[in-house]
Design a protein around this ligand. Structure first.
Ligand code: EPZ
Length: 419
């Protein structure tokens, strides 16, 4: 579906909304259900295309998956197939998360290589290197990764780059390995902690998740659990920046401020007020002209690359010039030429963009190319004077739970045109 949005911009957002569950936690948790032969129940599941894609991947493997109003019921008692097909993996790279669980469950897996991506190169070499270290034989044929493991043995694994996906995959596979697996330079993202916590509730023995060294003792027999997904810190950050660029005042409920201090501090640094109150965060950007502030994206707890595109919108409408440096995906700038259509001024040099603050954006047609670029374009058009069209919002639908409904609730004039 090639739906688009029609946005009438220039209206400050105002009001209260509730954050959804985290996409990047929900997807690995869904994959983890394959480690049991029972019924896993996941609550606080966001309504997203990526969740539906992962459900299809699990169904191919033989799981019975039901999605009902924020709850997923995944019955893995009849799983009998260890393949994840290209047709699904090419739509969503996170499908690759089934690799670890399939190896653990069947000692065998055939998972399509993801291929190209709008963010630039996104290899899976670290995943494969780690599985080899656990004792897997791996060969690539016809675009598929084929894995066979006679036995899995715990060992020390050094991640050359801290990778969220490779850390998650390895944690899941290592639950079936004999002895202790130590991951050095593991990813510290909160979504990895959520995965480790759920695995431990299932009966795993994982220590140190959230730090640079995770230890997994195995093998363990895992039982299905009922689990609530953590709130989405990237969705929360996107709405805070939407409020900031429209100079509005918005309260987010069910928001984990403790998982986003870097972002909240950066927003504060611009002069925009943030107030934290238990599980809610309020941003007040009324009557403020935010000051330009430099940002470097980094692995958690650094500034997240997934908020880089929305941040460029914020800085484009701030007072002064700033530099944004992208260290995770040096080519993740497809939103830049689209923002220029609205009036932004950028100069790009290597993996940095120099952002010149401008007085205003004016409405135009713009096209989305990935989830976060789409979010950036939506918030940019909310700030732009006049009417805009945001094309290809299926990218947004992959990762944001009914974003236009939440924005409408905050007073935005945004309409989906179905095609
Ligand atoms: C996760 O992707 C997120 N996806 C991404 O969210 C996010 O941008 C990214 O982490 C970084 O925070 C999910 O959680 C489903 P990585 P992942 O492996 O796990 C390099 C969104 O919009 N690398 O941590 O694939 C890689 O190129 C998105 O929601 C290798 O070199 O990211 C990158 O530079 C898109 N070899 C760095 O590591 C590998 O085998 C971090 O990537 C794997 C990664």
């Amino acid at each position: 579906m090639m739906d688009h949005f029609v946005v009438e911009g220039g209206r400050p957002l105002s009001g209260t909304i509730t954050c959804s569950g985290a996409k990047n936690a929900a997807l690995p948790l869904m994959a983890a259900s394959l480690l049991t032969d029972g019924v896993t129940v996941l609550n606080n599941i966001p309504d997203l295309q990526d969740v539906r894609t992962m459900a299809m991947v699990l169904r191919v493997i033989g799981a019975d998956v039901r999605i009902e109003e924020g709850t997923l019921t995944i019955d893995c008692s009849h799983c009998n197939f260890w393949e994840a097909p290209y047709e699904l993996v090419r739509k969503m790279r996170a499908s690759f998360y089934v690799l670890g669980p399939l190896i653990a469950r069947f000692g065998e897996a055939k998972v399509s290589l993801p291929g190209g991506c709008a963010l630039g190169p996104r290899p899976v070499d670290l995943h494969l290197k780690a599985m080899k270290r656990l004792g897997c034989d791996i060969y690539i044929e016809s675009g598929y990764v084929n894995v066979k493991a006679k036995s899995l043995k715990g060992t020390r694994i050094n991640m050359d780059v801290s990778s969220v996906g490779a850390t998650g995959n390895l944690m899941m596979a290592a639950c079936a390995a004999t002895g202790t697996t130590v991951i050095n330079n593991s990813a510290c993202e909160p979504e990895i902690i959520d995965l480790a916590n759920m695995l431990n509730a299932m009966g795993a023995d994982i220590n140190g998740a959230g730090s640079k060294q995770v230890e997994i003792n195995g093998p363990v027999d895992l039982k299905p659990v009922k689990w609530k997904v953590i709130p989405d810190r990237i969705e929360a950050g996107t709405f805070l920046l939407a409020a900031a660029v429209t100079r509005g005042k918005v309260t987010l409920k069910e928001c984990r401020a403790d998982l986003m201090y870097t972002v909240l501090d950066k927003i504060n640094e611009t002069g925009v007020n943030i107030q934290i109150d238990n599980d809610s965060v309020t941003i007040d950007a009324r009557d403020v002209k935010p000051c330009a502030t430099d940002v470097i994206t980094e692995a958690y707890p650094g500034f997240p690359t997934d908020l880089q595109a929305p941040w460029t919108v914020f800085m484009s409408l701030a007072k002064g010039d700033s530099i944004l440096t992208e260290t995770i995906y040096p080519e993740r700038f497809t939103h830049v030429p689209e923002l220029i259509r609205l009036g932004a001024q950028f100069r790009k040099k290597l993996n940095s963009i120099y952002i010149e603050g401008v007085e205003r954006f004016t409405g135009a047609s713009v096209m989305c190319s990935d989830i976060r670029a789409a979010a950036a374009l939506v918030i940019a058009t909310l700030a732009a004077e006049g009417t805009s069209k945001v094309l290809r919002v299926y990218h947004l639908d992959r990762g944001y739970d009914r974003m236009e409904d939440k924005l409408s609730k905050l007073g935005a004039k945004i309409r989906r045109i179905r095609e």
